[in-house]
Design a protein around this ligand. Structure first.
Ligand code: SOE
Length: 396
């Protein structure tokens, strides 16, 4: 428990899935890590008075409001945590930064490159006043992923040749699943590409230290019309069973890429991978070895060490639960595994520590703009279809 009596007062906007995950992390972070600041979960904001009051009680917030501008105007709020759909990220974050609030903004940073650039400019202006920003690419802070980066940085894989990343879900394969906000371009910016593709773009750039420099993409929308939502929530929506609306985002995006260090890569983000619920898998092949991360086995890494004697070759499992592993010394003894939600607690730990130290947490809004530029290139490549070479029909 933090010994500090210096408070860091949080105002969170949004209380759905990410709001719940962030609340768990804000509740926990001072009880697991010894930090120079003690988090106070001051207030949560949501448009519906009754629903946000229920969320405040359930998630552990002191107060609740229905206008985010009220949080930003308060002198007793230090941090604004943006957990809303992408179409409000820029407006809320830019206003919060102008008011001198530190900002944690969920991924992807924005719905467009222009919005992301404006957020970077606001963050850079506020940084001069000591204000800190971070974007919520939480999977970087799964200890096994941080260890992956450390091993690549240490040269254990040698020169990186291949990156192979997939993030697969199947929550909308039912054509009757309603047209929730994640399926509307004006709300979400894109579909699987920005929602889950953004994660594997950030994760692979973080692990390899290389940037995506060019892409060739295809996207597909398998179900083009869906029932308008009733009391829809983000992932569990309820259908009205009545009028239909047009789906305006991708259901799946697949692209090849070149990375700045010479590697070539394949990326797949789909919400139609039937049977895959939240399956994120990344494999990195290098001249000296390979590493594999699988979110469904998030306490492990598979490591192929090419330097081992031929008779001992093979993918070995690293159980990432030792105190020497990233973040783990704060949790349980070796072998006592952790989960998905711990990555958010690690994210809050690093953000709070950076605010206290006056340093810049990662990923910065500039890192997140880098992801946004890749998303934009993938969308332009898919829209243009320019890289697509039809195969001559067999019967021709
Ligand atoms: C839905 O695809 C979602 O909630 C994403 O928005 C999150 O970023 C991901 O971590 C889990 O799935």
């Amino acid at each position: 428990m933090s010994t500090s009596d210096r408070e860091l007062r949080i105002g969170m906007v949004g209380y759905a899935f990410m709001g719940a995950a962030h609340s768990q992390a804000w509740r926990t972070v001072n009880r697991v890590f010894d930090l120079p600041l003690r988090v106070r979960m001051a207030a949560v904001c949501g448009r519906d008075q009754e629903k946000v009051a229920e969320a405040a009680a359930r998630l552990g917030w002191d107060e609740h409001v229905t206008d985010w501008r009220e949080l930003i105007a308060r002198d007793d709020i230090d941090v604004i945590d943006v957990c809303t759909p992408g179409d409000s990220h820029a407006e809320i974050a830019i206003a919060a930064l102008a008011a001198g609030k530190h900002v944690l903004c969920e991924k992807p940073l924005a719905n467009t490159v222009a919005e992301a650039r404006a957020m970077v400019a606001a963050a850079e202006a506020a940084r001069a006043q000591g204000v800190r920003t971070i974007c919520g690419f939480n999977y970087r802070r799964v200890p096994a992923v941080t260890l992956m980066r450390q091993m690549v940085e240490a040269g254990r894989l040698g020169t990186i040749r291949h990156v192979r990343a997939a993030y697969l879900q199947d929550w909308i394969i039912d054509p009757q699943f309603p047209l929730v906000w994640r399926l509307q371009r004006e709300r979400a910016g894109s579909g699987a590409l920005g929602d889950i593709g953004a994660h594997i773009i950030d994760l692979t750039q973080f692990v390899t230290g290389q940037q995506v420099t060019g892409v060739s993409a295809v996207t597909e929308t398998f179900i083009t019309e869906r029932p308008l939502p009733g009391e829809a929530s983000g992932l569990a929506g309820t259908s009205t069973g009545g009028a239909l609306g047009k789906v305006t985002v991708d259901d799946a995006a697949i692209f090849t890429a070149r990375l700045s260090g010479g590697a070539i890569a394949t990326y797949e983000a789909s919400r139609f991978a039937t049977g895959r619920k939240n399956a994120l898998r990344v494999e990195i092949n290098g001249s000296r070895g390979s590493l594999v991360f699988d979110l469904e086995r998030l306490n492990e890494l598979e490591f192929y060490d090419g330097d081992r004697p031929a008779a001992e070759q093979g993918f070995n499992r690293i159980l990432v639960t030792e105190p020497e592993h990233p973040y783990l010394s704060a949790w349980w003894p070796p072998g006592h595994i952790i989960g998905y939600e711990h990555s958010f607690t690690h994210q809050m730990r690093d953000f709070v520590q950076a605010i206290a130290d006056g340093t810049d947490p990662a990923p910065s809004f500039t890192d997140a703009l880098g992801v946004q530029l890749v998303l934009d290139a993938v969308q332009r490549s898919a829209d243009a279809g320019s890289s697509w070479t039809p195969v001559e029909p067999l019967g021709a």
